[in-house]
Ligand binder design. Sequence first.
Ligand code: BGC
Length: 409
Amino acid sequence: RTGVCIICAMQTPFPTLFKTAAAAASILIMNACAPAPEDNAGQPESETGDGDSNAIAKADFGETKAGEATEIYTLTNKNGLVAKVTTYGATLVELHLPDKDGNLVDVINGFDNVAGYEGDGNQYFGCTTGRVCNRIAKGKFTLDGEEYTLATNNDPNHLHGGGDKALSKQVWKAEPSADTQAVTFSLTSPDGEEGYPGNLSMKVTYTLTDENELRIDYEATTDKATPVNLTNHAYFNLGGAGSGTILSHELTLNADNYTATDDTLIPTGKIEPVADTALDFRKAHVIGERIPDKEAKETADCETSTLGYDHNFVVNGEAGTMRLAARLKDPASGRVMEIHTDQPGIQFYSGNFLMEQEGKGGKKYPFRGALCLETQHFPDSVNHEDFPSTILKPGDTYSTTTVHRFSAE
Ligand code: BGC
């Protein structure tokens, strides 16, 4: 170990007033002070910063099958919230939030080490998704007169960037900030990787603010025109990851419209109103109340091709400006998450393919045990001229921000 464990050095017990901070600190104490097990994935080995409270703990997260080392970084804010991020897939691994009584719990699905993320149970848990998130019809598009063919890894379509070289399966380079609770991950995807044109250089920064926000900033540049659509694929259960289903969560979506799709979840091109359908979340609704069911279409108010919610909503207001996209509340714990974004759309996916896989600390993630709210450009935009463009040109910078704001009531 190269760093000093600042938490262990603290003598005074935490006053009850700082219950959440104390609970978070105890998480750090557990991680930072526990004797290193044989496989020391997850154990802090050093800290960055100037040795004061800005220190960001860094630990080994295990080796990939290909023998690459991975790391995990711990961000903590003054209220005791904790976020952990790994270089594997520039992935959000843990997010500890207080409930209305100040009790911290980890609210996202994930695994204890990189081996879990490389295993069959990983359905894009918490990763940076791309180069193009969501679907591209039949894995084909034409750009500047050239036809490109991508992996059809979600038969018959391309999903979330494709195969082994999708961004979620690569080891990114990490740069922790010296003065804020932030880590920047960078990666250059070479021309032709996963079939996409252009050398694409990307940066993804996770920042945990003292205003109880997890902010994700994305940036990319290219040397050849190419489609780019980056998102984060965290699965949330505000009652605690692995604590049951999200059917009793209340969701509000700031969206009057959604993009209608065919049976393979490719947009037909029509933008449809949510009014009078099970997709109308303009006022808060309990998710389980009207969940669309592929097996019983007639019981749902909307046409659906999915086993639950798996729809792209058109966020009201001007794309390119920050505005509220979603508000999620778990009434039992009181935890609330607001999502603000400059993106034109948000995919609400109700965990329809979760399959009771085992995750962090042996917790199981059941069918609809967590949900995703993925801020994005619309699916298959590269094949829809009238959708907001996903094409990044040389000389331009792709830049987008999504902020998750947490509270409890
Ligand atoms: C998609 C789902 C897909 C899931 C995979 C979501 O973004 O909308 O259709 O099954 O990702 O984890």
